[in-house]
Design a protein around this ligand. Structure first.
Ligand code: ADP
Ligand code: MG
Length: 679
């Protein structure tokens, strides 16, 4: 890969500024694409100008004055054979005053507006013209830049890069021609210097085939990298687990419910994976309450019946504890040894747990992050289950995987549904199973959007619900900037609620409490000893208290949609009709309003995640995972969904027949984008 430092024409200061844009080599510079274009390829006569459209006009200055009323401004009139145009500058330098002297011949470029005295341009660019100043031959690109790097020097640098001849085709023609996409070099040239007859709108909307070619290449690079990762996994060996003959059916018989169709389908997919000699890496996704835990438990039994240990890791202590209790209930009757491991155990408990894990007498280990710490040694870990996987980083997941020898199978679960385009791109290294159906008999949650001004009514409502024997959550606002402030708010709210409802038993739970305190509060709430639980978003994941049927969320506008959906999923778990009230502050921005509308109108996690993707982009949904995954710079998963599909097919084809080309392609794209990291 040619580094910029190898090119003589590039000065040190220029290279330093390009580095600020994340550009250090030629490919990256070539792929630094324009934001928009200006058309200086022809001159419009003043009579033909149209308001709202940019234009280039040439003429003579016939009037110029610096006026001071109502505020300081430089005003000039430019005249051509067809009429006059007002030029207006609110900020200007002495050099501009000199350039706009009466009698000077100028060419100006700017957006035309309808002003008080006819057409005008505010802050147009201008330059002097002589007898033979030609017009530009191609549209002029405008690039994203940083302070100190002007458009002309960036244009010049990219011009030099284009002349270096390093835009060779990495792909066989049939991979892109089928979609009528042009060549790579042709696309780059056209995007940097579009010919005058180009459809500017298509170019700026990124719907032109030139853009699409580069988007395709980028998506293809992502697919190739993910597929390679996937293929590598097939070459690693893992323990094979025969299908369970006893334990799974014994468990299913003991349950008070039957599995849904969707649960049966994904359970079969997982069961099959576990019979294979390569490590499973499967993401099990299903909306809040769709019943992922029981499916994971079936996988665990298959492992245990084959004499391999299982670890189940959850992101919070509350959730880990809840899983532990559930597993005790389900599996103790089957004679299975379950051990519990968290950071908050006493030294003695912890040592006992570690010993059980190391000796293999613990068949099933449930815990938090504590599970992947150095000191934890498994006798034979066969399956690692990770609940709410989006809460963990890639590294944490990898660390748990390294606890097994050979590599254990991995089952990741997520209640944040992943839109199709995301699972095809960022999650392409995983297999995905989807539970797309809720167990029968759930009453849908009614969601209400209520202004904070009506808080008193809501308090009244909470009182009534609790006095009627229901339980309620009061969720305190998320304060991202400061954990201390968040804590203070939670404490204040708790005090306020106690004043407001002297007749109710009220609990408080937040992230900073000691785990034992947290557990005590959760168990009391779960057992019905408290009617109202004031909480921070720590209750977002997994918490399951069926009798809780009312939730109030303060400052709902501050939270992500998927997060709100998760929180809301804490109610509606029993047979009672449930309500979730989203309190918002009076002044809502347009976006905030649009977002709350989505959550108000939809109870479907997939639709909500799709909207989140649309409004906030993939970063929001990818969460911590983002840190280890290549982010797309050119392609957009929504706009280019068809290309994503095509790239997926092309990746398979190339990996079969064109391995050298694959390496070249990855080389170009992996080194060109700063954030593009190999996974
Ligand atoms: P999630 O997918 O959000 O993790 P859980 O696994 O916690 O959901 O399941 C939610 C609740 O539904 C639990 O109380 C669980 O026992 C129950 N459940 C799971 N599957 C079924 C089913 N097929 N029929 C009825 N209830 C079920
Ligand atoms: Mg769950």
């Amino acid at each position: 890969m040619t580094q910029l430092t190898e090119i003589k024409a590039f000065s040190k200061p220029l290279i330093a500024k390009l580095a600020k844009l994340g550009i250090s080599n030629l490919q990256a510079l070539l792929l630094h694409l324009p934001l928009r274009y200006i058309d200086e390829t022809h001159i419009t006569t003043i009579r033909d100008l149209r308001a709202g459209e940019p234009a280039q006009v040439e003429g003579e200055i016939v009037y110029a004055e610096v006026s001071y009323k109502p505020r300081k401004a430089l005003i000039a009139k430019l005249e051509d054979a067809s009429g006059q145009l007002t030029l207006r500058y609110l900020h200007f330098y002495p050099s501009q005053v000199a350039a706009l002297k009466v009698g000077n011949k100028l060419r100006v470029y700017g957006e035309v507006r309808s002003g008080f005295f006819g057409y005008e341009m505010v802050h147009p660019t201008s330059r002097a013209v002589g007898q033979k100043t030609g017009v530009a031959e191609t549209l002029t690109p405008v690039y994203p830049t940083v302070a100190g790097l002007t458009q002309p020097s960036l244009r010049n640098a990219i011009g030099i890069a284009l002349a270096q001849n390093c835009m060779g085709e990495t792909l066989p023609a049939n991979t892109y021609q089928g979609m009528h996409l042009p060549g790579f070099a042709e696309s780059l040239r056209a995007l940097h210097h579009p010919p005058p007859d180009t459809d500017l709108r298509a170019l700026e909307n990124k719907k032109s085939n030139y853009w699409r070619r580069l988007a395709f290449d980028e998506l293809l690079a992502q697919q190739l990298s993910m597929r390679k990762h996937y293929v590598r996994r097939r070459s690693v060996s893992a323990p094979r687990f025969a299908r369970s003959k006893l334990l799974v059916s014994a468990l299913l018989k003991s349950l008070p419910f039957a599995l849904t169709q969707a649960q049966q389908k994904v359970a079969l997919e997982i069961e099959y994976d576990l019979t294979q000699p390569h490590p499973m890496q499967r993401l099990l996704q299903g909306d809040v309450g769709s019943g992922k835990t029981i499916v994971a438990c079936m996988a665990a039994l298959q492992s245990i019946e084959n004499n391999w240990q299982v670890a189940l890791m959850a992101p919070t202590e509350i959730l880990a504890e809840q899983h532990y209790r559930k597993m005790l209930g389900w599996l103790t009757p089957l004679g299975i040894q379950i051990t519990w491991l968290t950071g908050s155990q006493s030294k003695k408990e912890r040592e006992a747990a570690l010993a059980n894990i190391a000796s293999g007498s613990a068949q099933f280990v449930v815990g938090t992050h504590a599970l992947f710490q150095e000191a934890v040694k498994f006798k034979n870990l066969g399956l690692a289950i990770i609940d709410e996987q989006h809460r963990f980083g890639v590294h944490q997941r990898l660390a748990l995987r390294q606890k097994g020898q050979p590599e254990p199978h991995q089952l990741m679960m997520s209640a944040t549904p992943i839109p199709r385009t995301l699972s095809m791109s960022y999650y392409a290294d995983l297999d995905v199973s989807v539970i797309d159906e809720l167990p029968p008999g759930r009453t849908p949650i009614v969601t209400k959007l209520v202004s904070d001004a009506r808080r008193n009514e809501i308090l009244q409502r909470v009182r009534e619900a609790c006095l009627q024997g229901n339980q309620a959550y009061w969720v305190c606002p998320l304060i991202e900037e400061s954990e201390a402030l968040q804590l203070a708010t939670a404490n204040d709210t708790f005090v306020l609620m106690q004043d407001e409802f002297p007749e109710l038993k009220i609990g408080l739970v937040h992230g900073r409490m000691k785990p034992a305190e947290k557990q005590a509060v959760m168990s009391a709430f779960s057992a019905g000893e408290m009617q109202l639980l004031v909480a921070t978003t720590v209750i977002e994941v997994g918490v399951d208290v069926p009798n809780a049927s009312l939730m109030v969320i303060e400052h709902a506008e501050r939270m992500g949609l998927s997060q709100l959906h998760q929180l809301r999923g804490r109610v509606g778990r029993g047979a009672a009709k449930s309500t979730c009230i989203l309190l918002y502050q009076n002044k809502l921005s347009e976006t905030a309003r649009a977002r709350l509308k989505v959550i108000y109108e939809s109870n479907d996690g997939f639709a909500i995640a799709q909207a989140d993707l649309h409004i906030r982009g993939p970063g929001e949904l990818l969460g911590v995972r983002q840190s280890g995954v290549p982010m797309l710079k050119i392609a957009d998963l929504e706009r280019d969904a068809d290309l994503l599909q095509a790239a997926k097919g092309a990746a398979d084809y190339l990996l079969k027949h064109y391995l050298v080309e694959v390496e070249h392609h990855l080389d170009r794209w992996m080194s060109s984008a700063g954030e593009l990291v190999k996974v």
